[in-house]
Design a protein around this ligand. Sequence first.
Ligand SMILES: Nc1nc2c(c(=O)[nH]1)N[C@H]1C(S)=C(S)[C@@H](COP(=O)(O)OP(=O)(O)OC[C@H]3O[C@@H](n4cnc5c(=O)[nH]c(N)nc54)[C@H](O)[C@@H]3O)O[C@H]1N2
Ligand SMILES: Nc1nc2c(c(=O)[nH]1)N[C@H]1C(S)=C(S)[C@@H](COP(=O)(O)OP(=O)(O)OC[C@H]3O[C@@H](n4cnc5c(=O)[nH]c(N)nc54)[C@H](O)[C@@H]3O)O[C@H]1N2
Ligand code: SF4
Ligand SMILES: [Mo]
Length: 746
Amino acid sequence: MTTRTAYRICSLCEAGCGLEIQFDGDRATKVRGDAADPFSKGYACPKGIALGDFDQDPDRLTAPLVRQADGSFAEVGWDEAFAAVEAGLGRVTEAHGKDAVALYYGNPVIHTIAVPLYLRLLHQFLGTRNLFGSSTVDQMPKNVSSGLMFGDPWAVPVPDIDRTDHLLVLGANPVVSNGSVWTVPDLPGRIRALRARGGRLVVIDPRRTRTAEVADRHVAVRPGTDAYLLFAMVNTLLQEGLAVEPDPDRFAGHGELTRIAAEFTPESVAAVCGVDARTVRTLARELAAARAAAVYARIGACTAPFATLTNWLVDVLNTLTGNLDRPGGAMFGVPQHNAVTVTEPFAIGRWHSRVRALPEVMGEFPTATLADEIDTPGEGQVRALIALAANPVLAVPNGERLDRALAGLDFMVAVDPYLNETTRHAHVVLPPPRLMQSGHFDIVLSRLAVRRVARYSPPSLPLEPGRPSESAILAKLTLIAAGYGAGADPAALDAMVVDKTLEAVLAAPGSPLAGRDPAELKAMLTGADSVERRLDLMVRLSPMGDVFGLRPDGLNLAALLANPHGIDLGELLPRLNEVVRTASGRVELYPEPIAAEAKRLAAQLRDTQPGTHGPSGFLLVGRRHLRSANGWTHNIPALSGGSNRCTLEINPADAERLGIEAGQKVEVRGRAGEVVVEAEPTDRVGPGVVSLPHGWGHGRPGSRQNQAALRPGVNVNALTDEFVIDPLSGNAVFNAVPVEVAPARG
Ligand SMILES: Nc1nc2c(c(=O)[nH]1)N[C@H]1C(S)=C(S)[C@@H](COP(=O)(O)OP(=O)(O)OC[C@H]3O[C@@H](n4cnc5c(=O)[nH]c(N)nc54)[C@H](O)[C@@H]3O)O[C@H]1N2
Ligand SMILES: Nc1nc2c(c(=O)[nH]1)N[C@H]1C(S)=C(S)[C@@H](COP(=O)(O)OP(=O)(O)OC[C@H]3O[C@@H](n4cnc5c(=O)[nH]c(N)nc54)[C@H](O)[C@@H]3O)O[C@H]1N2
Ligand code: SF4
Ligand SMILES: [Mo]
């Protein structure tokens, strides 16, 4: 056996830590943080350390599966599997049209090279309106807020944590999640550094999280009321003359914003939020007083009522305290590629979903309505599903209804390494290769990183002969959708994309490459295969790129390959002017759809009676565990057990009142259904609040995750309501969910 060391970016979460991996033959025997990585500097969490276990998991599928007439799965060759996809999709579209096929992507797609490279093409060629994804159970409210304010849904400012003096974290637990929509490896270390240099961390969260535990101040807001709280902070800044006056040439809507904020005095929101007026003022004053400060919000703000409004208020606070786009404030990262996110003015609701008439957002319908589209008969009904790295049964509100709906599909294909709660319904499963056989390049997250960094990890191990890479699987699906058939060559598709990109770049007004010969540029691209040549093109055309030699110190793929630990180009620089893509050319501080939501909130405030949830009623919030990633990591024994469990956290006083003891089974009932789960009394949650993690509910017939089945847990999304969504973004609401709790019967 030969031993060797490889370096690669961890693809298990958004932090993207550099790892050093020792291989004995084709097995990873030791994994640790790569001390030479200029971005993560040796940090790795327990999941990254277990990367070899993910790679070697015996339950990962090694060959495609095709469902047989008797309902069982048979392992088949790749050609047969792609032919089955072509036949299955063909049957459905011929009989029912293109909209009968829905395309669904899950969270792990952002951690692949493959899906970001092909998703848009695949969707275009499928020609279906039915695009769904994990964005609408996740960050869509932030995308909508940024789309409306800055004109680009991916113009999301991130806290410049290494230079800030004051970090306000709302509805996020980055010490555990390692940061999200904020690529920031070793977040715990960066928080320690912030506090060591005299900076402050403030956390607003109904639960005393691990982030709250290391904070200078923790405010236990009542779930679902952040929009009121943040509005009252804006009110304080304006009333007390603490706000900066934004430059009217660069910011629009300041006057209207000031008028609506006047409605939300700290006194008026105190009872609703469970936060006294003095604390609200203190939060605002501290934010304004800091030399440089940043406000950051995540899942607790996104998967809650008034989510888009809350996410907008975050950047209003960043703007009014003068912290938008300034060092130590909230800054815009720089992509390491040229992927375009803005092609037309940002708008929502350009078309609507069939059953509930919900507006499209970024071309997608809310996942909360996927089951409606599958189980409601009629013209345009969804009868086939392509699921890319997705387990919506555990991830969408009323997932159990979706579970039943999926069972009724005419055809389903899943690109996924596992047979799980969702993929067990597929007719064809196409497993990507082992984790170590895939390369890694950040297409989605690099512009959310807190430093300007560029990194590429080639595959650490070669593919077995005949086994397609995940990119080749996606390219095949795209070619099938385009009508070229299962036999078409993926490399030809990549070459076509390169040609089209070069054509567009050469034709763009003022292009630095104008007049160059596209064939000459194409011949300059390097890489082991057609995918790497596409990456080379993307890097060369990126803001850090060499523009085919025009910028001699710029980057290209060869430079990334020569620097396996990554290349650090330094701190973030102000770039608001490059980022803004609104029709007015200014940052819209009070855009129209937001204004309507703000008025709705103001009306609700006038009507609200404090403490309106009933005597036995609770508000449910979620939680994540450091040694998990949503629902797909419970099969790794090294990460299971301990506190990584599916229990209902409940305040000890509530538990005592209901006669519930630690470890006792309790029944939790929500609008959609009920679960029976073990109670864990803890004062991490306050009275009236209970917490369940998501991603559990394993061990169903037909799934094949044997370790996960030993500790199945329950699906929290059996409780959550698909009919309660954020109206602007269509996002699901997983927090502040009303539930009843009682000792389990029998
Ligand atoms: N270890 C680990 N890391 C992960 C993941 C994982 O499963 N495990 N998942 C990854 C993914 S897909 C994502 S999207 C990110 C998420 O990253 P985070 O958002 O940082 O993670 P969460 O733990 O969901 O944090 C949400 C917080 O919001 C709080 N909250 C709930 N309701 C409210 C409310 O009404 N108001 C306020 N202010 N707070 C509220 C919850 O108590 C919780 O602490 O993490 C990513 N990283
Ligand atoms: N109640 C509640 N529900 C939630 C949340 C919550 O906080 N509370 N959080 C929501 C959020 S933020 C998210 S992002 C979603 C996550 O929801 P999903 O994205 O649907 O779930 P995951 O568990 O992340 O993984 C999806 C699938 O990806 C597969 N997979 C893993 N790696 C790869 C790969 O490299 N290639 C391919 N092709 N497949 C791969 C896994 O086997 C799994 O089947 O859940 C949402 N649901
Ligand atoms: S924090 Fe952990 S899971 Fe996330 S990238 Fe780093 S090592 Fe991987
Ligand atoms: Mo997520």
